[in-house]
Design a protein around this ligand. Structure first.
Ligand SMILES: *Cc1c(COP(=O)(O)O)cnc(C)c1O
Length: 252
């Protein structure tokens, strides 16, 4: 057991979490999920937020997630939001309370995850497909859909592969990181528009082929600097790190 956060740190986290929650609530008409992104932050910080009723936490690095998951409550819903390498699929799949992966981009990794998930899991693993909406080389992700005829696209193929051949996975939606410079105005961001359009086209595609009933695919978009704009654009899941935990040490 690690030592807990100091009383001062606990109070600080309770305050920033409450502030972010209220900003999320006022920017959205629905009931979006706030994922607290805790990469590089100690388990004691996560525990302090958990004690404030926060259940969803996001991590970027597999080993860091494995270590924290072992130490912390099984009631936490872990979201993996980092770059996903196929050779880490087995390690991730073994985390019993891994709730969601936001960064799936390949059929190979989907199959590896599906096969590695233990049959005693109570729920299928939620997966979101990462889309490179800004087209930057530095960001990973599949190409967005631009028109209804765009049906031979890798995204459509991966989505169909998951719904037809990966029963341990549940296709939950799409995720983007986006470029900050893409803001069209304070309220409109080109990446958020692109992700929303891609989601609508993918749903149409899957419905036409009988792979999806009425269920809406979710959008994971919005971080500390832009989550309010993302929520106004229809985001269902926002991923907020520094807004809750403060600045991170940069990786060496
Ligand atoms: C680190 C990270 C976040 C959180 O970013 P903040 O700017 O600290 O809110 C969200 N999403 C992804 C994919 C990240 O890697």
């Amino acid at each position: 057991m690690s030592t807990g956060a100091s009383d001062e740190r606990k109070a600080e986290l309770a305050e920033s979490l409450a502030e972010i929650r209220s900003r999320v609530a006022s920017a959205s008409s629905g009931a979006p999920t706030l994922v607290a992104v805790s990469k590089y932050k100690p388990a004691s910080d996560i525990q302090a937020c958990f004690e404030q009723g926060q259940l969803d936490f996001g991590e970027n690095y597999v080993q860091e997630l494995v270590d924290k998951a072992k130490e912390l409550s099984q009631d936490i819903r872990w979201h993996f939001i980092g770059t996903l390498q196929s050779n880490k699929a087995k390690t991730l799949a073994a985390i019993p309370n891994l709730y969601s992966i936001h960064t799936l981009t390949s059929m190979k990794t989907a199959t590896l995850l599906n096969n590695a998930l233990p049959s005693e899991r109570k729920h299928p693993l939620n997966v979101l497909l990462q889309i490179n909406t800004s087209g930057e080389d530095s960001k990973s992700g599949l190409s967005p859909l631009l028109s209804k005829d765009d049906n031979d696209n890798d995204l459509v193929k991966l989505a169909k592969h998951i719904v037809t051949s990966c029963p341990q996975l549940r296709l939950d939606g799409l995720m983007t990181i986006g470029a900050l410079e893409q803001s069209l105005s304070d309220d409109e961001n080109a990446d958020f528009v692109t992700l929303t359009t891609t989601r609508d086209l993918l749903e149409l595609q899957l419905q036409e082929d009988g792979f999806l009933s009425e269920r809406r695919l979710l959008l994971s978009m919005g971080m500390s600097s832009d989550f309010e704009a993302a929520l106004k654009a229809g985001s269902n899941i926002v991923r907020v790190g520094t807004g809750i935990f403060g600045a991170r040490a940069t990786k060496q």
